[in-house]
Design a protein. Structure first.
Length: 121
């Protein structure tokens, strides 16, 4: 699970896991999927732009296995890109750092994505 390159403490595994998230201090709950996951956090698209530093409640799970976990995360970075030059629509990608990770459940979710999903550093 430890990575040696790119100043990362944990290896990243690419793949889609279901995510329910709610920015703290709001009543909104949103659904998304991961782009990748590591022991330190996730990368995922956002439905609405959040500011770096925003704390969010997360639930991450895979429907085909009986493993899910809840934790808090902090938005570390947000990437804002237009979907096309003609449209005003944007996609928001975010890097979320786990604040209270449960390594056992994170490991089970990463294993469910398969070793072929380990991303090059």
């Amino acid at each position: 699970m430890l990575a040696e390159n790119n100043n990362r403490l944990f290896e990243r595994v690419g793949g889609e896991l279901a995510v329910r998230y709610s920015p703290q201090g709001t009543d909104g709950e949103f659904c998304s999927t991961t782009r990748n996951i590591s022991g330190g956090g996730i990368r995922m698209p956002l439905l609405k732009k959040l500011k770096p530093g925003t704390t969010i409640d997360l639930e991450i799970f895979k429907n085909t296995i009986d493993t899910a976990f809840r934790c808090m995360g902090k938005v570390v970075w947000v990437w804002d890109a237009p979907l096309s030059k003609e449209k005003e629509d944007h996609i928001f990608e975010a890097g979320i750092k786990f604040l209270n990770p449960d390594f056992f459940h994170i490991g089970r979710l990463m294993d469910s994505l398969g070793k072929s999903s380990v991303l090059a550093q």
